[in-house]
Design a protein around this ligand. Structure first.
Ligand code: HEC
Length: 98
């Protein structure tokens, strides 16, 4: 099954469905251009691997609300649905920290 099919199936699933790491992995392709997967990247962009899911979610909300002001992350945070955030949180929490 392709990732697109998995994502489409999840989109049709009820909102209370458990966060799905496969969806998170699929969505993380967009993040990987800036955030390295498990390796710390040179420069100021933090690594997300191993971050606790509640911390991850709280950080996304700070960009969405403008508490943290970063143009790239604000746009990204606003495009993600609640389900997307939960899936990404579960995915990154499950990655080994560098
Ligand atoms: C265009 C580059 C870029 C892309 C793409 C990007 N980010 Fe970021 N992200 C950044 C930068 C730069 C920061 C640090 C901003 C700051 O100083 O607040 C950041 C910070 C974060 C933080 C806070 C980390 C911390 O420890 O403070 C989270 C969480 C995050 N990004 C998640 C994501 C997710 C999830 C995606 C994909 C859906 C994504 N980012 C895509 C550039 C990017």
């Amino acid at each position: 099954m392709s990732f697109a099919a998995v994502a489409a199936g999840l989109a049709a699933a009820p909102a209370h469905a458990a966060a799905d790491r496969a969806l998170g992995e699929y969505l993380s392709a967009e993040c990987a251009t800036c955030h390295a997967g498990t390796a710390p990247k040179a420069g100021a962009i933090p690594t997300l691997a191993g971050m606790p899911a509640d911390q991850f979610t709280a950080l996304i909300m700070t960009y969405r609300s403008g508490i943290r002001d970063n143009a790239a992350m604000r746009n990204i945070a606003k495009q993600l649905s609640e389900e997307d955030v939960a899936a990404l949180a579960a995915y990154y929490e499950g990655l080994k920290a560098p």
